[in-house]
Design a protein around this ligand. Structure first.
Ligand SMILES: O=C[C@H](O)COP(=O)(O)O
Ligand SMILES: CC(=O)C(=O)O
Length: 212
């Protein structure tokens, strides 16, 4: 578990923002990931929300030099196994279930489980998780909520995701218990549809510069 946590931390420390991607068109996955990596965002979460998501994970994991490919929206052990099989190096879930924790024990790929209350975070701590996702961040209490957890739940680190943008990312990134944030704003649907990879690299560079 300690080794898995260290591997996860090394991925999350690569950058201040983990792009959360919903890939509709498989052909966009590789150029989009290349554009993000060019802007400095190497760890990329591809959510299992579309029919092409697993193929997108496989393509990015195989073809995009410098990318660390993760899978998001992992809701059950079948998703977990399929994402690992496709090449995902880290696995993200909006929440946590006992089945998912068992699946995480069965695979080498690190797990970033979701929590949105003090009790959920405490259950994950009791299971040995010191790093977790805080989702949906803005709706569940925002940066003020996470700040309030930092003293009672000392030692737990969060990757808040949900409603975060360039404007409010620093509210989270300046907290001692935040390791990085997640967000879709670095890959807007219109720029992806237009194939504006230079525009996406620019957004990624701006995101990367947040903590420079
Ligand atoms: O479902 C949402 C993703 O987790 C990312 O949230 P976001 O689009 O608010 O950045
Ligand atoms: C919310 C999120 O990041 C996920 O779908 O895994």
């Amino acid at each position: 578990m300690i080794e898995k946590t260290e591997r996860l931390l090394s991925v999350l420390k690569l950058q201040p923002v983990v792009p959360v991607l919903i890939i509709e068109d498989l052909a966009t996955a590789v150029p989009l990931a290349r554009a993000l990596v060019a802007g400095g965002l190497k760890a990329i979460e591809i959510t299992l929300r579309t029919p092409v998501a697993l193929a997108a994970i496989e393509a990015v994991a195989k073809e995009v030099e410098g990318a660390v490919t993760g899978a998001g929206t992992i809701l059950n052990p079948e998703h977990y196994a399929a994402a690992v099989e496709a090449g995902a190096q880290f696995i993200v879930s909006p929440g946590t279930t006992p089945d998912l924790l068992d699946a995480a024990d069965d695979h080498e790929a690190s797990f970033l489980p979701g929590a949105s209350t003090a009790s959920e975070a405490m259950i994950l701590r009791a299971e040995g998780y010191d790093v977790m996702k805080f989702f949906p961040a803005e709706q569940a209490g925002g940066a003020a909520f996470l700040k309030a957890l930092s003293s009672p739940l000392a030692g737990t680190l969060f990757c808040p995701t949900g409603g975060i943008s360039l404007k409010n990312a620093m509210d989270y990134l300046s907290l001692s218990n935040v390791i990085c944030v997640g967000g879709s704003w670095v890959a807007p649907r219109e720029l992806v549809a237009a194939g504006d990879w230079a525009g996406i690299t620019k957004l990624a560079s701006e995101a990367c510069a947040l903590t420079a």
